[in-house]
Design a protein around this ligand. Sequence first.
Ligand SMILES: Cc1ncc(COP(=O)(O)O)c(C=O)c1O
Length: 424
Amino acid sequence: MNTQTTDTLKSSDVRIFERIETECRAYCRDLPVVFEKGSGSYAISTDGTRYLDFFSGAGALNYGHNHPKMIEAAMNYIAEGNILHGLDMFTTAKRELLEEIERTLLTPKNWDYKIQFTGPTGTDANEAALKLARLVTSRREIVAFRGSYHGMSIGSLSVSGSRKLRQAGEPLLNEVTFVPYEFGPNGKFDSIEYLNQHFGDSSGGNELPAAVIVEGVQIQAGVYAASSEWLRQLQKWTKANGVLLIVDEVQTGCGRTGEFFSFENSGIVPDIITVAKSIGGLGLPMAMVFLRRGIDAWKPGEHTGTFRGNQLAFVAGRVALQFWRDEAFLQLVNDNAETFASAMESMSSSTQILETRYKGLIGGIDFGVGETAKAQEFQRRAQEEHIIVERCGREGEVVKLMPPINTPNDVLIQGLEKLSRLIG
Ligand SMILES: Cc1ncc(COP(=O)(O)O)c(C=O)c1O
């Protein structure tokens, strides 16, 4: 590499991206900064500016950037000459990860799931879940919720609500019924009664679905959290009708809502759970499906993929799971959730916004329908304060706050205070 190229890479020059990277690029449009380093709750640009990262890689960095324990484990793994790519072969790294999943999640929570490694994205985990539900039930229809987001590949996009995103993928799968979620911009809705009405009449012309796919918190929709009671009623309905319940924990999982999975407090046990993003610990690609033991109807290789054996993600992901057995970590997440809740409550009194919504360490500042420009302005001003925030909601009118869950509490407080001052 010649010096000139190195200098270009090191500088804040963004011309190469604009010249030859597709118009499809997205996040970098709101934040046209060249990042070089990451450390804990900070992403650091080429000029050394430390940005407090309240976006956390869209949920892939719940444990922050470059956690030293995960970096050490990954570096040792490489230095020892261990295998890096393994398809779905048996490897020591995968064995140790599975043992950790059993020790940290399955045994203490009394969950009888089998684990499927899919291609390393959330969307592929959802594709696998939808295919499996159809295989198991021999039904075709899927129930999804308005406002949902499950990914960009055709199956996942077919169960996602956004008209804009769907248009780019047409034609999509037809056999999807969209039901209003418990809460949304139009207020509260009795989704369970709707399901009863829609599917309850045996002469109603509607076939029962294979599965319901749901998020415990609809984050992309604008941070709407389902109540425990609603989730319980939903599971009751699926059980009564032989329908599989798929909970998409791709963004809500790995502690984002305070518990490991967002549904846990409700006491439901989904038939299928999909996981990606932070399950790879360091932001390394990995995705999984947790499927109830009794529904493992797959035949060998029916949902395969080259990159299901990212050994470095197995190594980092195992270290991340160990945190969930560490009292100091659990206490910090708990303290942070309390800090976050009180900041979100106090911001909600501002007359500049409609309301705030939150669960654990995911929060939304809703500027109201039609007020996307205000949310954009808030995001821009946050950047001036060197805080990275994203937007969600139907038209980007909700500012999404998603700090690393293990951010030092004083750093979290300072960041939230700065953002609070921006609202006034
Ligand atoms: C709830 C949910 N499901 C699925 C996905 C898709 O995951 P990926 O981008 O890894 O395909 C996302 C991504 O944001 C998500 O938030």
